[in-house]
Every structure is written in structure tokens, then in C-alpha cells.
Design a binder for this molecule. Structure first.
Ligand SMILES: Nc1ncnc2c1ncn2[C@@H]1O[C@H](COP(=O)(O)OP(=O)(O)OP(=O)(O)O)[C@@H](O)[C@H]1O
Ligand SMILES: [Mg+2]
Length: 292
């Protein structure tokens, strides 16, 4: 099969080199949001922004409010207070495919197992195409080419016609990222995207998300439980504790004090969690993450 990929709407945007943070446009601006459940604040007066080309890691202990924050950002639940803007527009007013500019990547991939990789990616075009086309999975050539380009971008063009349930976990998460790209989003919100993957596959997925942010101008915010991954891949780390944002620093400034502030006193006195033997663990170098 010969595919003319250049005929599809291109995802590749120029890499902006040397642009300072101030010069980059805020994709997502969250201002003073609060979300309560039965009177308890799961999110309490949280403010931050994510700029284009930025890969932000969201850290915090279990129950800190990371998923709740993402559910507010994606419009799945309404906030009690505050405002969330996407490219300057209030997300609560976004309708139809404008809402598709926020793409979500889940821990459990959320693919349709009996569909092929390409068919799953084309689900990212729903909302852009007439409803009947989505129902019948009758996508136009331009959408199919875009879907293939997205699969190519995540390194899975050869698996386009493979059923999703026959792909490895790492490949399934890449398909989910390709589906997110097919939405042509302003921001990708990834809630623990590597929690179900082995360390190498997880590192590959984070490297891919970072590359998408760098070269595509798509902002990425990604919750993680692995501090070393955040320190290796993120440009900035924000941290939630008991619903409040207690950290917002460039990654190189995420130090031991920041770790303690977020997770409390450490048992081993190191920045990162202990290894099985109890020895302090260094943040992994990229080549170590790929070592067999
Ligand atoms: N629909 C809901 N109804 C009531 N309480 C909720 C609801 N959703 C979340 N919460 C509560 O909000 C708090 C934050 O939960 P959330 O799932 O956002 O944490 P998290 O940081 O994502 O945790 P984890 O790292 O374990 O995924 C928890 O106390 C949780 O019980
Ligand atoms: Mg969560």
C-alpha cells in the first residue's frame, strides 16, 4: 500500500528555539479554581498556566486532587469557583469541536479493543466529522491520512490495521496518544499515562509526549507518581497536596525541600524514593531508562 502522507493536514509545526517562557502563549490558564465534594475541597484555590511547547508534570500524593483537577480542566465536572481558559477562551463556554482542543490520555488507554489502531485513532476525529460518518466509521480520505500521520508520529504506522487488543501496553498507549493528536489539540492532559507500563515503555511514552510538546506546540500536562520521571522529562513541576498547589517550579529547582513539602518527611533522606535495598535512587539518565 502506498500512502501519500503529505496530502493530509500536517501536524508538524516548526520548533520554536530560544523562545523565553514569557514569549510563549499560554494554552491553558487556570485561575483560582476550587472544587468541593460534600463540603470537602478536593481542589482548593489552584492557579497555574501551561504554555505552548511546555511539558508540565503534576505530582502529588494519592488523593491530592490530580484527577479532579484534570476533570475540571477537561470540563467533565464543573468547578465551584475560579476560571479555566483554553487559548484565552473560557472552557465552560466551549462547544462542539472547540472542546476537542483538549485531548485526554488515560492510564488504561481507553481503546476499543476490537477496532484496529487506525480506527481507534479516527475516534479522535469524531466531533469534526458529521455524526453519521462517525457511526458508520466512514471517514474521508483526509481524515484517514491524518490518522495515519498520527500513527506514524508515534512510530506505529506499520500497526495501523492491527487490532488494539493485540498490541502491547506501550503500543496501546501510543495509539491513545495518536488518537489525542488526531483531535489537533491545543493541550494534551495525561492522567498517569505510564502507571500501567514497565519503566522502559513508560519512558518511551514520556519521551514521545515531550517531543510532541517541543515540536508540535501542543502543551502537555501529565500527572505522575514517579518523581524521577518528572525530573527527567518535564520542563516544569507543579505539585498538589490536599488539594492545594504547593509547588510550581522549573524542573531543575525541584529540590529536596520541594519533595518534602509535597510528600512529607522522607524515610531515607533522599530526593527520590528508596530502592528495594533501601539505598537512595538517583534520577535515571535517559540511556539508563532504555538499558535492558
Ligand atoms: N466524585 C467524587 N465524589 C466524592 N469525592 C470525590 C469524587 N472524586 C474525587 N473525590 C475525592 O477528591 C479527593 C481527590 O481525589 P483525586 O482522585 O482527584 O486524587 P488523585 O490525586 O488523582 O489521587 P491518585 O493519585 O490516587 O489518582 C479524594 O479525597 C477523593 O476521594
Ligand atoms: Mg488520580
Amino acid at each position: 500500500m502506498s500512502i501519500e502522507l503529505t496530502a493530509a493536514p500536517s501536524l508538524a509545526l516548526p520548533i520554536v528555539r530560544g523562545a523565553t517562557e514569557q514569549h510563549r502563549l499560554p494554552r491553558l490558564a487556570v485561575a483560582g479554581i476550587t472544587k468541593r465534594f460534600s463540603g470537602h475541597a478536593a481542589i482548593d484555590d489552584v492557579t497555574f498556566s501551561v504554555r505552548e511547547h511546555e511539558f508540565v508534570a503534576l505530582l502529588g500524593p494519592s488523593g491530592a486532587g490530580k484527577t479532579t483537577l484534570f476533570r475540571c480542566v477537561t470540563g467533565l465536572i464543573a468547578t465551584d469557583r475560579g476560571q479555566i481558559r483554553l487559548d484565552g477562551e473560557d472552557v465552560s463556554t466551549l462547544q462542539g469541536h472547540a472542546r476537542r482542543r483538549i485531548a485526554v490520555v488515560f492510564q488504561q488507554f481507553n481503546l476499543v479493543s476490537r477496532l484496529t489502531a487506525l480506527e481507534n485513532v479516527l475516534a479522535g476525529r469524531l466531533g469534526y466529522v458529521p455524526l453519521w460518518r462517525g457511526w458508520l466509521r466512514q471517514f474521508e480520505r483526509a481524515d484517514r491520512l491524518l490518522g495515519l500521520e498520527c500513527l506514524d508520529r508515534v512510530g506505529l504506522l506499520a500497526q495501523a490495521s492491527q487490532r488494539a487488543d493485540t498490541l502491547s501496553g506501550g503500543q496501546q498507549q501510543r495509539v491513545a496518544i495518536a488518537r489525542a493528536l488526531a483531535q489537533q489539540p491545543s493541550i494534551i492532559v495525561a492522567d498517569e499515562p505510564v502507571a500501567s507500563l514497565d519503566p522502559n515503555a513508560g519512558a518511551g511514552v514520556l519521551e514521545l509526549l515531550r517531543e510532541i510538546a517541543r515540536s508540535g506546540g501542543v502543551a502537555v500536562i501529565c500527572s505522575l507518581h514517579q518523581v524521577p520521571f518528572a525530573r527527567t522529562y518535564a520542563d516544569r513541576i507543579i505539585g498538589l497536596s490536599c488539594g492545594r498547589m504547593v509547588i510550581d517550579v522549573p524542573t531543575q529547582e525541584f529540590d529536596e525541600a520541594a519533595y518534602v513539602r509535597l510528600y512529607g518527611a522522607q524515610r531515607n533522606g533522599s530526593l527520590t524514593p528508596p530502592t528495594q535495598e533501601g539505598a537512595p535512587m538517583k534520577p535515571p539518565a535517559q540511556n539508563e531508562l532504555y538499558a535492558s
